[in-house]
Design a protein around this ligand. Structure first.
Ligand code: ACO
Length: 312
Protein backbone atom coordinates (compact mmCIF):
# COMPACT_ATOMS: atom_id res chain seq x y z
CA UNK A 1 0.00 0.00 0.00
CA UNK A 2 1.42 3.40 -0.96
CA UNK A 3 0.35 6.81 -2.20
CA UNK A 4 0.70 9.30 -5.02
CA UNK A 5 0.94 13.08 -5.08
CA UNK A 6 -2.16 14.55 -6.72
CA UNK A 7 -2.06 18.26 -5.87
CA UNK A 8 0.00 21.11 -4.47
CA UNK A 9 -0.43 24.79 -3.66
CA UNK A 10 1.24 27.60 -1.77
CA UNK A 11 0.80 31.12 -0.47
CA UNK A 12 3.32 33.86 0.23
CA UNK A 13 2.28 37.15 1.84
CA UNK A 14 2.54 40.20 -0.37
CA UNK A 15 5.01 42.13 1.77
CA UNK A 16 8.65 41.45 0.91
CA UNK A 17 11.34 42.39 3.44
CA UNK A 18 14.80 42.61 1.84
CA UNK A 19 18.21 42.56 3.54
CA UNK A 20 18.42 46.26 2.67
CA UNK A 21 15.22 46.84 4.64
CA UNK A 22 16.91 45.22 7.66
CA UNK A 23 19.97 47.45 7.17
CA UNK A 24 17.67 50.43 7.81
CA UNK A 25 16.38 49.17 11.17
CA UNK A 26 19.26 47.24 12.77
CA UNK A 27 23.03 46.93 12.82
CA UNK A 28 23.42 44.46 9.95
CA UNK A 29 24.45 44.36 6.30
CA UNK A 30 23.23 42.64 3.17
CA UNK A 31 26.76 41.27 2.79
CA UNK A 32 26.73 39.60 6.26
CA UNK A 33 23.30 38.05 5.75
CA UNK A 34 24.07 36.72 2.26
CA UNK A 35 27.50 35.38 3.27
CA UNK A 36 26.30 33.63 6.47
CA UNK A 37 22.86 32.46 5.32
CA UNK A 38 22.31 32.88 1.56
CA UNK A 39 19.13 34.85 2.34
CA UNK A 40 18.23 37.93 0.30
CA UNK A 41 14.57 38.50 1.04
CA UNK A 42 11.62 37.00 2.89
CA UNK A 43 7.83 37.51 2.95
CA UNK A 44 6.11 38.88 6.05
CA UNK A 45 2.39 38.54 6.70
CA UNK A 46 0.28 41.61 7.44
CA UNK A 47 -0.46 42.31 11.10
CA UNK A 48 -4.03 41.03 10.61
CA UNK A 49 -3.04 38.03 8.47
CA UNK A 50 -3.02 34.75 10.40
CA UNK A 51 -1.57 31.26 10.04
CA UNK A 52 -5.13 30.05 9.34
CA UNK A 53 -5.51 32.66 6.55
CA UNK A 54 -2.30 31.51 4.87
CA UNK A 55 -2.99 27.79 5.36
CA UNK A 56 -6.49 28.18 3.90
CA UNK A 57 -5.25 29.87 0.72
CA UNK A 58 -2.55 27.20 0.22
CA UNK A 59 -5.18 24.49 0.78
CA UNK A 60 -7.59 26.09 -1.73
CA UNK A 61 -4.83 26.26 -4.33
CA UNK A 62 -3.82 22.62 -3.75
CA UNK A 63 -7.46 21.51 -4.08
CA UNK A 64 -7.83 23.49 -7.30
CA UNK A 65 -4.60 21.97 -8.60
CA UNK A 66 -5.92 18.47 -7.83
CA UNK A 67 -9.37 19.25 -9.25
CA UNK A 68 -10.98 18.32 -5.93
CA UNK A 69 -13.20 19.85 -3.28
CA UNK A 70 -12.43 19.70 0.45
CA UNK A 71 -15.21 17.11 0.75
CA UNK A 72 -13.05 14.72 -1.34
CA UNK A 73 -10.30 14.78 1.32
CA UNK A 74 -10.53 12.47 4.34
CA UNK A 75 -7.78 13.83 6.60
CA UNK A 76 -6.01 17.18 7.05
CA UNK A 77 -2.70 17.53 8.89
CA UNK A 78 -1.20 20.98 9.49
CA UNK A 79 2.45 21.46 10.45
CA UNK A 80 2.74 24.72 12.37
CA UNK A 81 4.60 26.12 15.35
CA UNK A 82 3.10 29.60 15.29
CA UNK A 83 -0.70 29.30 15.59
CA UNK A 84 -2.40 32.41 16.98
CA UNK A 85 -4.77 30.30 19.08
CA UNK A 86 -3.92 27.40 21.39
CA UNK A 87 -7.16 25.75 20.35
CA UNK A 88 -8.81 24.62 18.20
CA UNK A 89 -6.16 23.35 15.79
CA UNK A 90 -5.30 25.28 12.64
CA UNK A 91 -6.37 22.16 10.68
CA UNK A 92 -9.92 22.30 12.02
CA UNK A 93 -10.10 26.05 11.46
CA UNK A 94 -9.05 25.54 7.83
CA UNK A 95 -11.90 23.04 7.42
CA UNK A 96 -14.27 25.66 8.80
CA UNK A 97 -13.03 28.30 6.39
CA UNK A 98 -13.45 25.87 3.49
CA UNK A 99 -16.95 25.03 4.72
CA UNK A 100 -16.20 21.30 4.79
CA UNK A 101 -19.12 19.21 5.89
CA UNK A 102 -17.47 15.80 5.74
CA UNK A 103 -16.51 15.66 9.46
CA UNK A 104 -13.02 14.35 8.72
CA UNK A 105 -10.15 14.04 11.22
CA UNK A 106 -7.97 17.16 11.25
CA UNK A 107 -5.08 17.96 13.54
CA UNK A 108 -1.85 19.95 13.87
CA UNK A 109 1.64 18.56 14.34
CA UNK A 110 4.26 20.59 16.16
CA UNK A 111 7.63 19.51 14.90
CA UNK A 112 9.04 23.02 14.35
CA UNK A 113 11.02 23.02 11.07
CA UNK A 114 10.65 19.23 10.84
CA UNK A 115 6.86 19.54 11.18
CA UNK A 116 6.04 18.80 7.55
CA UNK A 117 8.16 15.64 7.65
CA UNK A 118 6.27 14.60 10.81
CA UNK A 119 3.06 15.24 8.81
CA UNK A 120 4.28 13.07 5.92
CA UNK A 121 5.29 10.36 8.40
CA UNK A 122 1.75 10.31 9.86
CA UNK A 123 0.21 10.25 6.37
CA UNK A 124 2.43 7.34 5.29
CA UNK A 125 1.32 5.40 8.35
CA UNK A 126 -2.37 6.02 7.63
CA UNK A 127 -1.97 5.03 3.97
CA UNK A 128 0.04 1.91 4.84
CA UNK A 129 -2.66 0.87 7.31
CA UNK A 130 -5.26 1.40 4.58
CA UNK A 131 -7.17 3.79 6.83
CA UNK A 132 -7.41 6.89 4.62
CA UNK A 133 -7.83 7.67 0.92
CA UNK A 134 -6.77 11.29 0.48
CA UNK A 135 -4.69 13.26 2.95
CA UNK A 136 -3.78 16.93 2.71
CA UNK A 137 -0.60 18.04 4.49
CA UNK A 138 -0.25 21.77 5.02
CA UNK A 139 2.77 23.65 6.38
CA UNK A 140 1.98 27.20 7.55
CA UNK A 141 3.93 29.64 9.69
CA UNK A 142 3.90 33.26 10.76
CA UNK A 143 7.48 33.36 12.05
CA UNK A 144 7.44 37.19 11.96
CA UNK A 145 5.27 37.10 15.10
CA UNK A 146 8.19 35.49 16.97
CA UNK A 147 10.93 37.79 15.75
CA UNK A 148 12.96 39.53 18.46
CA UNK A 149 13.73 42.82 16.74
CA UNK A 150 16.52 43.50 19.26
CA UNK A 151 18.40 40.32 18.29
CA UNK A 152 20.06 40.71 14.89
CA UNK A 153 21.38 37.13 14.93
CA UNK A 154 17.85 35.65 14.70
CA UNK A 155 15.69 38.50 13.30
CA UNK A 156 17.04 38.21 9.76
CA UNK A 157 16.61 34.44 9.45
CA UNK A 158 12.88 33.83 9.19
CA UNK A 159 9.93 34.37 6.86
CA UNK A 160 6.19 33.64 6.62
CA UNK A 161 4.21 31.49 4.21
CA UNK A 162 2.25 28.30 3.63
CA UNK A 163 2.27 25.29 1.33
CA UNK A 164 -0.01 22.28 0.87
CA UNK A 165 0.37 18.83 -0.67
CA UNK A 166 -2.41 16.30 -1.35
CA UNK A 167 -1.67 12.59 -1.50
CA UNK A 168 -4.01 9.77 -2.53
CA UNK A 169 -3.70 6.12 -1.49
CA UNK A 170 -2.35 3.88 -4.23
CA UNK A 171 -1.36 0.26 -4.67
CA UNK A 172 2.16 1.26 -5.75
CA UNK A 173 4.77 1.54 -3.03
CA UNK A 174 7.17 3.30 -5.43
CA UNK A 175 5.25 6.57 -5.76
CA UNK A 176 4.10 9.32 -3.42
CA UNK A 177 5.49 9.05 0.11
CA UNK A 178 7.80 6.07 -0.30
CA UNK A 179 9.55 6.26 3.06
CA UNK A 180 9.95 8.54 6.08
CA UNK A 181 12.02 8.71 9.24
CA UNK A 182 11.53 11.19 12.10
CA UNK A 183 13.53 11.62 15.29
CA UNK A 184 13.88 13.93 18.29
CA UNK A 185 16.21 14.75 21.17
CA UNK A 186 14.60 16.77 23.95
CA UNK A 187 17.93 17.08 25.76
CA UNK A 188 18.92 19.74 23.21
CA UNK A 189 15.97 21.99 24.13
CA UNK A 190 18.24 24.89 25.11
CA UNK A 191 19.77 25.16 21.65
CA UNK A 192 16.66 26.56 19.98
CA UNK A 193 13.23 27.28 21.40
CA UNK A 194 10.44 29.83 21.67
CA UNK A 195 9.95 31.92 24.81
CA UNK A 196 6.64 32.57 26.63
CA UNK A 197 6.73 36.14 25.29
CA UNK A 198 7.01 34.88 21.70
CA UNK A 199 10.69 35.33 20.91
CA UNK A 200 13.09 32.95 19.18
CA UNK A 201 15.93 31.91 21.51
CA UNK A 202 18.76 30.31 19.58
CA UNK A 203 22.39 29.38 19.98
CA UNK A 204 23.26 29.82 16.28
CA UNK A 205 26.66 28.09 16.12
CA UNK A 206 25.49 25.06 18.18
CA UNK A 207 22.33 24.75 16.09
CA UNK A 208 24.43 24.97 12.94
CA UNK A 209 26.71 22.13 14.09
CA UNK A 210 23.75 19.85 14.81
CA UNK A 211 22.00 20.73 11.54
CA UNK A 212 24.99 19.83 9.34
CA UNK A 213 25.28 16.49 11.15
CA UNK A 214 21.65 15.39 11.60
CA UNK A 215 20.03 16.35 8.26
CA UNK A 216 22.56 14.29 6.22
CA UNK A 217 22.27 11.42 8.72
CA UNK A 218 18.49 11.25 8.25
CA UNK A 219 18.88 11.49 4.46
CA UNK A 220 21.50 8.72 4.48
CA UNK A 221 19.26 6.52 6.63
CA UNK A 222 16.45 6.88 4.08
CA UNK A 223 18.73 6.15 1.11
CA UNK A 224 20.23 3.06 2.82
CA UNK A 225 16.75 1.84 3.78
CA UNK A 226 15.57 2.21 0.16
CA UNK A 227 18.79 0.65 -1.17
CA UNK A 228 19.59 3.72 -3.30
CA UNK A 229 22.49 6.17 -3.66
CA UNK A 230 22.73 9.87 -4.53
CA UNK A 231 22.85 8.84 -8.23
CA UNK A 232 19.28 7.48 -8.04
CA UNK A 233 17.83 10.67 -6.52
CA UNK A 234 16.76 13.47 -8.89
CA UNK A 235 16.48 16.25 -6.31
CA UNK A 236 17.34 16.93 -2.72
CA UNK A 237 14.92 19.44 -1.22
CA UNK A 238 16.32 20.26 2.24
CA UNK A 239 14.69 22.34 4.93
CA UNK A 240 15.59 25.89 3.90
CA UNK A 241 17.39 27.04 7.06
CA UNK A 242 20.63 28.39 5.70
CA UNK A 243 22.49 27.98 2.38
CA UNK A 244 25.72 26.95 4.13
CA UNK A 245 23.90 24.19 6.04
CA UNK A 246 22.24 23.03 2.80
CA UNK A 247 25.51 22.94 0.84
CA UNK A 248 27.48 21.26 3.60
CA UNK A 249 24.84 18.54 3.97
CA UNK A 250 24.66 17.92 0.23
CA UNK A 251 28.46 17.68 0.06
CA UNK A 252 28.54 15.10 2.85
CA UNK A 253 26.00 13.02 0.94
CA UNK A 254 27.81 13.35 -2.39
CA UNK A 255 25.08 15.37 -4.12
CA UNK A 256 26.20 17.81 -6.84
CA UNK A 257 24.95 21.39 -6.35
CA UNK A 258 22.71 21.11 -9.46
CA UNK A 259 20.53 18.58 -7.63
CA UNK A 260 19.81 20.81 -4.64
CA UNK A 261 16.69 22.95 -4.62
CA UNK A 262 17.35 26.32 -2.97
CA UNK A 263 14.62 28.82 -2.06
CA UNK A 264 16.20 30.19 1.10
CA UNK A 265 17.34 33.27 -0.87
CA UNK A 266 13.69 34.18 -1.61
CA UNK A 267 11.71 32.82 1.36
CA UNK A 268 14.31 32.60 4.20
CA UNK A 269 13.46 30.01 6.89
CA UNK A 270 9.69 29.46 7.03
CA UNK A 271 10.03 26.59 9.54
CA UNK A 272 7.18 24.06 9.17
CA UNK A 273 6.18 25.58 5.82
CA UNK A 274 9.70 25.48 4.39
CA UNK A 275 9.82 22.18 2.47
CA UNK A 276 6.20 22.28 1.31
CA UNK A 277 6.64 25.82 0.06
CA UNK A 278 9.93 24.89 -1.65
CA UNK A 279 8.37 21.92 -3.44
CA UNK A 280 5.37 23.98 -4.61
CA UNK A 281 7.74 26.66 -5.88
CA UNK A 282 9.75 24.04 -7.81
CA UNK A 283 6.57 22.61 -9.42
CA UNK A 284 5.32 26.09 -10.38
CA UNK A 285 8.66 26.93 -12.01
CA UNK A 286 8.87 23.55 -13.77
CA UNK A 287 12.14 22.79 -11.94
CA UNK A 288 10.98 19.48 -10.43
CA UNK A 289 8.98 17.34 -12.84
CA UNK A 290 6.36 14.65 -12.43
CA UNK A 291 7.85 11.22 -11.70
CA UNK A 292 11.11 12.50 -10.23
CA UNK A 293 12.53 11.13 -6.99
CA UNK A 294 12.96 13.70 -4.21
CA UNK A 295 14.91 13.32 -0.99
CA UNK A 296 13.44 15.61 1.65
CA UNK A 297 15.48 16.11 4.86
CA UNK A 298 14.63 18.55 7.66
CA UNK A 299 15.84 19.70 11.03
CA UNK A 300 14.46 22.00 13.72
CA UNK A 301 13.78 23.04 17.27
CA UNK A 302 13.26 20.22 19.75
CA UNK A 303 15.59 19.06 18.50
CA UNK A 304 13.62 17.27 15.83
CA UNK A 305 14.90 15.94 12.53
CA UNK A 306 13.99 13.50 9.81
CA UNK A 307 13.64 12.88 6.10
CA UNK A 308 11.21 11.59 3.51
CA UNK A 309 11.64 9.97 0.11
CA UNK A 310 8.95 11.07 -2.34
CA UNK A 311 8.26 10.26 -5.98
CA UNK A 312 6.31 13.33 -7.10
N1 ACO B 1 24.41 41.12 11.02
C1 ACO B 1 25.70 41.38 11.29
N2 ACO B 1 26.40 40.72 12.23
C2 ACO B 1 25.75 39.75 12.91
C3 ACO B 1 24.40 39.44 12.67
C4 ACO B 1 23.72 40.17 11.68
N3 ACO B 1 22.43 39.94 11.37
N4 ACO B 1 24.05 38.44 13.50
C5 ACO B 1 25.12 38.12 14.24
N5 ACO B 1 26.17 38.93 13.88
C6 ACO B 1 27.52 38.94 14.42
C7 ACO B 1 27.60 38.40 15.84
O1 ACO B 1 27.25 39.38 16.76
C8 ACO B 1 29.06 38.00 15.92
O2 ACO B 1 29.80 39.17 16.16
P1 ACO B 1 31.11 39.10 17.12
O3 ACO B 1 32.06 38.17 16.45
O4 ACO B 1 31.55 40.54 17.15
O5 ACO B 1 30.61 38.59 18.44
C9 ACO B 1 29.39 37.53 14.50
O6 ACO B 1 28.35 38.06 13.66
C10 ACO B 1 29.44 36.04 14.36
O7 ACO B 1 28.29 35.48 15.00
P2 ACO B 1 28.01 33.93 14.95
O8 ACO B 1 26.72 33.64 15.64
O9 ACO B 1 29.22 33.16 15.40
O10 ACO B 1 27.83 33.73 13.38
P3 ACO B 1 27.69 32.41 12.57
O11 ACO B 1 28.74 32.33 11.54
O12 ACO B 1 27.49 31.20 13.44
O13 ACO B 1 26.31 32.67 11.79
C11 ACO B 1 24.00 32.02 11.97
C12 ACO B 1 25.14 32.88 12.51
C13 ACO B 1 23.72 32.46 10.55
C14 ACO B 1 22.78 32.22 12.83
C15 ACO B 1 24.45 30.52 11.96
O14 ACO B 1 24.97 30.18 13.23
C16 ACO B 1 23.32 29.59 11.63
O15 ACO B 1 22.81 29.58 10.55
N6 ACO B 1 22.94 28.74 12.58
C17 ACO B 1 21.82 27.80 12.36
C18 ACO B 1 20.54 28.54 12.53
C19 ACO B 1 19.36 27.76 12.04
O16 ACO B 1 19.40 27.09 11.06
N7 ACO B 1 18.29 27.92 12.79
C20 ACO B 1 17.04 27.39 12.42
C21 ACO B 1 16.89 25.94 12.75
S1 ACO B 1 15.38 25.36 12.23
C22 ACO B 1 14.07 25.76 13.29
O17 ACO B 1 13.52 24.90 13.96
C23 ACO B 1 13.59 27.15 13.42
Amino acid sequence: MGSRLIGYGSYLPEKVMTNQDFEKIMDTTDEWIVQRTGMKERHFAREDETVVDMATIAAERALENAGLSINDIDMVIVATTTPELDFPSVAVQVLGRLEADNNIPAFDVRGACTGYIYGLHCARGFFTAGMHERIMIIGAEKMSRFIDWTDRSTAVLFGDGAGALIFERSTSSYSGIIDTVVMSDGKCFGMLHGSPDHRIIMNGPETYKKAVQLMPEAAKYIMDHAGITADNVDWIVPHQANLRIIRSGAERLGFPLEKILVTVDKHANTSGASGVLALSYAFDKGIIKKGQLVLYPAFGSGLTWGAALIRV
